[in-house]
Design a protein around this ligand. Structure first.
Ligand code: FMN
Length: 235
């Protein structure tokens, strides 16, 4: 594999929020998770375990719990451009990979560093490995954040995940329904904005931080409102 192949996989991996019903072969899920386990992790603690969920009733139950927190976030912050219908679609993917993190494995690194951050970072890298591997097979993925609070507790209970595990992320996997995604009005801001990436020249500094590139609070705020997918100025 060369740079161009990797670049294509990185570019092709795009979050998908409308999936076809076609099942995903089990061998592909196995291959994807085989790549995930090669992810780097803090102190090589390998905190991940995966629940592969395909049962429709279970996926609906998970969706209900996870989406509730987004609804609450929207209630508290009306500027959060959240559509429940979009988020719940994530859980209609044929397969959900629930990425579980074993908190006990945090003891692999010294107490001073033991904050939950290293666990989180390891799990996030693992989730991205899943996404990249799925992309190789023409599969689409998304990212459903769970992390803390009642949804995490509920998801663990639904899936009989032991207390010691965290559930930060669920990665839906399936074949993308590109037409449906294109036609879904609620996805318009996502379609318009999600492909945007900051230029290399704006984010790379040579030898030391170049203050010419430092963005003021106002500029960062402007970025958030004009480029991100869930902060949309009211029309
Ligand atoms: C940590 C993290 C959490 C995310 N959580 C969600 C989520 O809960 N729901 C969702 O639809 N997308 C979620 N996303 C996907 C981002 O919105 C998406 O990656 C971003 O808009 C860029 O689009 P792309 O993935 O198509 O390149 C998440 C991504 C990351 C890295």
């Amino acid at each position: 594999m060369d740079y161009q192949d990797l670049l294509e996989i990185a570019r092709d991996r795009r979050s998908c929020r409308r999936f076809k019903k076609d099942p995903v072969p089990t061998e592909l899920i196995d291959k994807i998770l085989d790549i995930a386990r090669y992810s780097p992790s803090a102190a090589n603690s390998q905190p991940w375990e995966f629940v592969v969920a395909k049962d429709s009733a279970m996926k609906r139950a998970i969706s209900k719990e996870v989406v509730s927190v987004y609804k609450e976030a929207k209630r508290r912050e009306p500027t959060f451009n959240f559509k429940a219908a979009v988020q719940s679609q994530l859980f209609t993917a044929p397969v959900l990979i629930v990425v579980c993190g074993d908190r006990r494995r945090q003891q692999a690194y010294p107490a001073l560093l033991r904050g939950r951050e290293l666990l989180r970072q390891s799990l996030a890298i693992c989730a991205y490995s899943i996404q990249l591997a799925a992309t190789c097979f023409g599969l689409a993925t998304a990212w459903a954040t769970v992390q803390w609070g009642p949804p995490e507790v509920a998801v663990k209970k639904l899936l009989s995940i032991p207390e010691v595990f965290t559930v930060d992320h669920i990665i839906p996997i399936g074949y993308p329904d590109i037409d449906k995604e294109r036609r879904t009005r609620a996805l318009t801001p996502v379609r318009e904005r999600a492909h945007f990436r900051r230029e290399l020249r704006d984010i790379v500094h040579c030898e030391r931080y170049d203050m010419e590139k430092y963005r003021s609070d106002e500029e960062v705020n402007e970025f958030i409102w004009s480029k991100t997918v869930t902060r949309i100025r009211p029309g």
